[in-house]
Design a protein around this ligand. Structure first.
Ligand code: SF4
Length: 326
């Protein structure tokens, strides 16, 4: 596979986490980049390192300030697991990051992919990474028709990559494989620029569009939800903190109401569509004055000076921006 490694060494994008061996920075980048594109993730990576330069800073941070920095990235369980892992490393391991795959994979929020990535990028251990990019490149290169998604198929791809890695720097091999999938062997691949086109069986067999074989996605569940943001004359807001589990965990939302309590005729009514990986949401928002916090169970009063520090999910941020409240 020397062709793709030579291509990588000549063409690699300059990314800040590729210039460090600090496992803390590499771990942050890997968690941010799960389900997030590089361009979107970059400013978050810089912001995190600026605000929390060490794992101890992150371990000592309060949840709202971490979620506030994470705000907009979605999949908030990632941020909550970051905090859990930071505390384990800072307070139970004297701030020393685990340096084996076996210890890394036990940490909250680290699956086989992330543990392999940190083990290879920070410690140059021979642990092959299998992410969506690696699946795409390998399934096309070898024209593999097995459906991805199961543990069994994951292990067969990993074994294949482990064998291909022999004789190369594990860090460079993994980066090169993923970079090829991210830049050349994309869903609509640029085969004419591909350094391994000569060896590509899917190109020869004209099966590129069929690789990798994926499970058919289930249709998204449709849901409608109604929220009101009660604001007092003095600028206090009533908000609800989402529980630790489930959608928007740990973030603040407007109190949810029944459809019958919602005033569609209000001048401050807004409808937004919001897509999640498994849901298609119709969200209805209304701004209204309030008389008493008791009218909104499980809610709390947020004073104007605390609003800046309050983390919101993206659709609620959009509603606040629409009403020019943020
Ligand atoms: S030739 Fe095309 S399909 Fe094959 S590995 Fe290269 S980019 Fe992917």
């Amino acid at each position: 596979m020397s062709a793709w490694i030579a291509w990588y060494l000549a063409n690699a994008r300059e990314l800040p986490w590729r210039k460090t061996l600090d496992p803390y920075a590499i771990w942050l980048s890997e968690i941010i980049l799960q389900q997030t594109r590089v361009n979107q993730g970059l400013p978050y990576y810089y912001r995190f390192l600026e605000r929390f330069p060490s794992i101890l800073d992150l371990a000592r941070a309060d949840e709202d300030s971490v979620l506030r920095i994470w705000q907009g990235l979605g999949y908030y369980s990632r941020a909550r697991n970051l905090m859990k892992t930071a505390k384990i490393i800072a307070f139970e391991r004297n701030g020393i990051f685990p340096d084996t795959y076996e210890d890394l994979v036990k940490l909250p929020g680290l699956g086989p992919y992330t543990a392999s990535a940190i083990a290879s990028f920070a410690f140059n251990l021979p642990e092959a990474v299998i992410d969506g990019n690696a699946y795409r490149v390998l399934s096309r290169l070898y024209d593999i028709d097995e459906e991805i998604g199961s543990k069994k198929v994951y292990h067969s791809f990993r074994e294949l990559a482990q064998n291909l890695m022999l004789g190369y720097s594990p860090s460079t091999f993994n980066q090169a494989l993923m970079e090829l999938g991210a830049v050349i062997c994309t869903p609509k691949p640029l085969c004419q620029q591909c350094p391994i086109a000569e060896n590509c069986l899917a190109l020869q067999n004209k099966t590129i569009h069929l690789r990798p074989v994926k499970k058919k996605a289930k249709p998204k569940e449709k849901v409608e939800m109604y929220y009101v943001l009660p604001i007092s004359n003095s600028g206090d807001w009533i908000l609800q903190k989402r529980p630790a589990k489930g959608i928007w965990s740990g973030l603040y939302v407007f109190p949810e109401v029944e459809k019958s309590q919602f005033r569609f005729e209000s001048a401050h009514f807004l409808h937004l569509k919001h897509l999640l990986s498994h849901k298609e949401m119709d969200l209805y928002f209304e701004l209204r004055e309030f008389e008493s916090v008791e009218d909104y169970p499980d809610s709390q009063l947020i004073t104007p000076e605390n609003i800046e520090e309050t983390p919101f999910p993206v659709p609620f941020l959009l509603a606040l921006q629409h009403w020019k409240l943020l």
